[in-house]
Ligand binder design. Structure first.
Ligand SMILES: Cc1cc2nc3c(=O)[nH]c(=O)nc-3n(C[C@H](O)[C@H](O)[C@H](O)COP(=O)(O)OP(=O)(O)OC[C@H]3O[C@@H](n4cnc5c(N)ncnc54)[C@H](O)[C@@H]3O)c2cc1C
Ligand code: SF4
Ligand code: SF4
Length: 283
């Protein structure tokens, strides 16, 4: 099959019943497309994504020795994968395909049929120009790091971390404050069930701390994210604690005796929008 060399383009224009054909003069667009550079054949069909519509494309690829395909129909979100498969079944690289969206972007949003037809022609012409420049692409598999990074150790981050960790994934949970827990750790009861907030939260916090699949990084912040999907690199700053956390048992004696502002200094207990208590110590 001639995939490279001079482009031999087939253009296929869909009616989508009356969705497109009710507004766009499809036959006029087909005649226009047939005259464009490198276009060998231009066809129209009622429902291009149907089996007969797909077969029409495959048949034309063989019959006219096409090496590029343009379909003017609906949004690529809807049927780009369908027509890439059809292009591939016709013997071409699936990326020698271009879609023009003349339904969502034309017939559904343009009142005047004449303007809609003109716009459809412009979009078909653009797709034809573009597909002539396509290179064949091949899919390749690359290794990905399956670890998960969760930023924020509120109840949402805690629950997500436990869900991933329990499914066997390694999780890094990064929390900027000294402890995980987030807003829920400031609440007494939770609306609407008036369940005890601490009774729900603390077992989960403790489970996070002990889970073999979770690396908990509190008092830490993201500094830099680089890489790409599946292979991110993240730089995390662990802020100085001045305490050996492997020895600290949380007795609170340092809090009482600390000559400077204590931690946590920003803790605010609210009732609705009213602050009822701030736990803060003067320097
Ligand atoms: C006064 C009050 C009363 C509430 N009452 C109820 C209630 O009765 N019932 C109910 O269902 N909900 C209630 N809510 C809402 C509930 O608290 C929140 O929906 C819930 O706690 C949100 O959880 P979260 O994990 O999404 O966020 P948060 O609890 O806000 O946690 C976010 C965490 O992310 C951390 N973080 C933020 N940015 C960064 C960063 N850049 N790097 C690292 N860490 C970061 C924060 O320090 C925090 O620990 C209430 C909220 C408030 C404020
Ligand atoms: S290809 Fe898209 S526009 Fe054509 S019939 Fe199918 S859904 Fe409608
Ligand atoms: S005094 Fe208590 S809370 Fe403070 S660092 Fe030592 S063990 Fe931890």
């Amino acid at each position: 099959m001639n995939q490279n060399g001079q482009p031999r383009i087939g253009v296929f224009i869909c009616h989508c019943g009356t969705n497109i054909a009710g507004k766009v003069n499809v036959s006029e667009v087909v005649a226009f497309a047939a005259e464009l550079d490198n276009v060998v054949v231009a066809r129209e069909y009622k429902f291009m994504c149907s089996d007969p519509g797909q077969e029409l494309i495959r048949q034309c690829i063989r019959e006219y020795n096409l090496n590029r395909v343009v379909v003017a129909s609906c949004s690529p979100l809807m049927h780009e994968p369908t027509f890439r498969v059809v292009t591939s079944e016709g013997g071409l690289n699936p990326f020698f395909f271009q879609m023009a969206n003349i339904r969502e972007q034309v017939s559904w949003v343009t009142e005047d049929p004449e303007k809609a037809t003109k716009k459809a022609k412009a979009m078909v012409a653009a797709a034809v120009r573009r597909v002539a420049l396509h290179d064949p692409l091949t899919k390749k598999e690359v290794p990905v790091r399956p670890e998960v990074l969760i930023v924020g150790g509120g109840i949402a981050g805690i629950h997500a971390a436990l869900t991933y960790a329990n499914s066997g994934k390694k999780v890094y949970l990064v929390e900027k404050d000294a402890s995980i827990g987030g807003h829920m750790s400031h609440l007494d009861k939770t609306f609407p069930t008036l369940d005890c907030a601490a009774c729900i939260l603390t077992p989960k916090m403790s489970e996070v701390g002990k889970h073999p699949n979770i690396v908990l990084l509190t008092w830490s912040e993201i500094e830099e994210v680089s890489g790409y999907v599946g292979n991110f690199k993240v730089k995390i700053r662990k802020k100085a604690r001045y305490v050996d956390i492997s020895k600290c048992n949380g007795c609170g004696a340092c809090w009482e005796n600390c000559p400077t502002t204590i931690t946590p200094s920003e803790r605010i207990i609210r009732k609705g929008n009213i602050i009822i208590k701030t736990v803060e110590k003067e320097a």
